[in-house]
Design a protein around this ligand. Structure first.
Ligand SMILES: O=c1ccn([C@H]2C[C@H](O)[C@@H](CO)O2)c(=O)[nH]1
Ligand SMILES: [Zn+2]
Length: 140
């Protein structure tokens, strides 16, 4: 199982920079809360995304979900690390919907939560979503 210590400082830095760059493209005219996210996949490739809001609030998509969609659209399936950048002083964790979406593609996942100042906190999907319902729970 991949954990934060399996990811090198260089890999975390690369992910952070990709998430920070994507955050600059966030479409967040309603919340004014831009978010960037970037996944390192088992291929070694990095895929980023940003939140894309909508005048119909419920149609808003979080950065984590546009980023995983970007990875999946490139044929990738297995994320090994995630970095999320928000403008909060205390870096924010992915929302509940995104946690469930992450659980579709990873059993566990080290997650870096950061901001443009470079403050860093680490968590994992296991910590954020214990006792989850996932693809393994469906009858085959
Ligand atoms: O982890 C998070 C939390 C929130 N948002 C977005 C959704 C919405 O556009 C804005 C405010 O909730 O932030 C994300 O992209 N990721
Ligand atoms: Zn979310």
């Amino acid at each position: 199982m991949t954990n934060a210590t399996d990811i090198t400082d260089e890999q975390w830095q690369r992910l952070y920079e990709a998430a920070l760059a994507a955050q600059k493209n966030a479409y967040a005219p309603y919340s004014k809360f831009p978010v960037g996210a970037a996944f390192l996949m088992d291929s070694g490739e990095v895929y980023a995304g940003c939140n894309v809001e909508n005048a119909s609030n419920g149609a808003t998509v979080c950065a984590e979900r546009t980023a995983i969609g970007n990875a999946v659209a490139h044929g990738e399936r297995r994320p090994v690390a995630l970095a999320v950048v928000t403008n909060l002083e205390a870096p924010a964790a992915p929302c509940g919907i995104c946690r469930q979406v992450l659980a579709e593609f990873a059993d566990d996942l080290p997650i870096l939560m950061s901001n443009p100042e470079g403050d860093r906190e680490f968590t994992t999907l296991d910590e954020l979503l214990p006792h989850r319902f996932g693809p393994r729970d469906l009858p085959s």
